[in-house]
Design a protein around this ligand. Structure first.
Ligand code: SF4
Length: 275
């Protein structure tokens, strides 16, 4: 693939060095490459500013202080340069590609591997686009699947994701719309990561009941029972309270009944007051 290929561009929201606060690699110093664009609408989304791509958007890059670049749109080479800028001469870190939904931009992801050299490359995805995940899977050393109970999902809004003129289009794979489509997409993604370094992450909001997670756990048990499942208590926001201890323990028990390995981990970067 030619890296000047316009299809390999992706809209970058921010590039910054920090500590991984979630998932199986929690605590590891990583450099985060956050891409814009997400057709999904998770009720507890903590980055709604990443949903849309606007002409006036600029990538923000840096260490402690982030500075605007001329544009949001970047080639894999440009993104690799920004990753080095964000690390400011420190040792190369694992790069975590997050969003938004990174699977919107498969050509960019495919080009990124050769641009970041020997570093580990991690992917954080909602697991809603299995065909696209299958295309890019070999690029990544670790995949973190955000598994979402149906009640945490609103209808996707892909039609309005990119506003105005854009140099490239997102993946053509449509986001799931119905419960059956969501279940099929999750199961396909779980099957894809069966022999990979991967984890599943499930946010537990305080307004949920234990039974709300049963269908998700059934899917994991059916398709990938060895997957490490991280239960992440929701960081309270206006509409989503933190879960009680009783709820967390009931959800842990529900997973254990199915033989699933779980870890309960809050968003550690929030406690550290890091981005
Ligand atoms: S997939 Fe991520 S960015 Fe998109 S709505 Fe859900 S939490 Fe937010």
């Amino acid at each position: 693939m030619k890296h000047s290929d316009v299809r390999a561009l992706a809209p970058v929201m921010e590039v910054f060095a920090s500590i991984q606060g979630e998932g199986a690699y929690v605590g590891e110093p990583q450099t985060f490459l956050r891409l814009r664009g997400c057709p999904l609408r998770c009720r507890w989304c903590d980055t709604p500013g990443s949903w849309r791509v606007r002409a006036a958007d600029r990538a923000r890059v840096g260490g402690r202080e982030l500075a605007d670049r001329d544009s949001a749109w970047a080639t894999p080479f440009q993104a690799a340069c920004w990753i080095k800028d964000a690390e400011a001469g420190a040792l190369a870190r694992t790069v975590s590609v997050t969003g938004g939904e990174p699977l919107m931009w498969p050509e960019f992801l495919l080009g990124l591997r050769s641009m970041v050299g020997e570093r580990r490359l991690h992917l954080e995805t909602a697991g809603a686009h299995p065909e696209t995940l299958a295309r890019v899977l070999d690029v990544f050393d670790h995949v973190s699947l955000d598994l979402k109970p149906d009640l945490d999902l609103d209808a996707p809004e892909e039609e309005r994701m990119v506003e105005g003129e854009a140099p490239t289009s997102p993946t053509r794979e449509r986001a799931p719309r119905t419960r059956a489509e969501w279940s099929a997409a999750r199961e396909a993604c779980l099957a894809l990561v069966r022999d990979r370094d991967a984890c599943g992450k499930i946010v537990v909001g305080g307004e949920r009941a234990p039974a709300d997670f049963a269908a998700l756990f059934d899917e994991v048990e059916r398709v990938h029972p060895k997957l490490l499942v991280i239960l992440q208590p929701a960081t309270p926001i206006a509409s989503v309270p933190a879960p009680s201890r009783a709820l967390l323990e009931a959800v842990v028990d529900l997973a254990a009944e199915r033989g699933l390995a779980t870890r309960v981990l809050p968003q550690v970067h929030r406690y550290l007051r890091m981005p």
